[in-house]
Design a binder for this molecule. Structure first.
Ligand code: SF4
Length: 295
């Protein structure tokens, strides 16, 4: 297996950018957008804002919290296990799976829930299909390790505190969550960590059909391979994928609504930007104008 650090970033699909391709349409989040994936491969991406840094830190601590539970249960596991799998001669899939239990041929995808929207979907409605990108990510790692079993494990901390999606409300809430998890990791017996957990079981059946919580779905793993091949073609050809991801939800919560490249994509589709190289250069300028200090 090649090492992740030896790969050419311009020809690498990252696990965090997994998606599904079904009937020519991309399903996932904006992380699965093949235009954004091309930009990222060329080093063009928005620097994380303050809110994203908090969410990232909660995700990191959530992994430690989860692994503490596995260790207490006597499980043997590997955290952040790297994997590189060729998609074509030139392009590789590469990533680090959150947690892998080799003896159980099981891949864990860990998610910390930090919004009311996701909390309602996952904990109240138990609707993992609403989170296509998480499904795609877990399945991609299962295929990469050639394991048929996966689990997507969600933890929600202090969920009663979800109030608003504005920074003013979220940052103090996230800051409290970070302190509470840190306290727990240092001394569980005295910490007062308020959390809920739930898991979804995935299985790739011999037919390639994906079962969720023991029930067969209409999803076939071919959708993961088709997405990876489409991504490989975009990266090899340096081309702009013709369609946007299917909008996961309407209006401003759609995937493009938050994207720093939405003006670029509008201009591409209006044929004001005519070549892929111009798309990249305009996007680079856009990011630099939003974050002038970041290259
Ligand atoms: S605006 Fe939409 S289609 Fe364009 S790069 Fe962003 S997520 Fe992708």
């Amino acid at each position: 297996m090649k090492k992740p650090e030896d790969l050419d970033p311009k020809l690498t699909l990252r696990g965090g950018n997994s998606g599904l391709l079904i009937n020519g349409q991309i399903y996932g989040s904006s992380e699965s957008c093949l235009r954004k994936i091309l930009l990222r491969a060329h080093g063009i991406e928005k620097a994380p804002d303050e809110l994203s840094k908090y969410i990232f830190e909660i995700g990191h601590l959530n992994e430690k919290f989860f692994c503490k539970g596995l260790a207490a249960a006597g499980k043997e596991f590997i955290e952040e296990k790297p994997v590189v799998v060729p998609i074509t001669d030139r392009v590789n899939f590469c990533g680090h799976s959150d947690v892998v239990l080799d003896s159980e041929t099981l891949v864990y995808e860990l998610k910390s829930v930090t919004s009311k929207h996701t909390y309602d979907k996952i904990f109240k409605k138990r609707d993992i299909r609403a989170k296509t990108q998480y499904l795609a990510q877990c399945l991609s790692y299962m295929l990469a390790f050639e394991y048929s079993l996966g689990k997507i494990a969600f933890t929600s901390y202090k969920s009663q505190n979800y109030t608003s999606k504005t920074k003013t409300h979220c940052i103090p809430y996230y800051a409290e969550v970070i302190v509470d998890i840190q306290d727990y990791l240092e001394e569980p017996s005295t910490a007062n960590l308020n959390y809920e957990k739930t898991e979804f079981d995935l299985e790739i059946l011999p037919s390639g059909i994906v079962a969720i919580d023991g029930e067969e779905t209409q999803l076939h793993v071919q959708a993961v391979w088709d997405f990876q091949e489409a991504a490989a073609k975009v990266l090899e050809d340096v081309s702009i994928y013709p369609t946007r991801p299917v909008q996961a939800s309407p209006s401003h919560w759609g995937e493009c609504g938050f994207c720093p490249f939405k003006n670029i994509c509008d201009r591409w589709e209006a044929k004001e930007i005519k070549t892929a190289q111009d798309f990249l250069e305009e996007s680079r300028r856009e990011v630099q104008s939003q974050h002038p200090t970041k290259e």
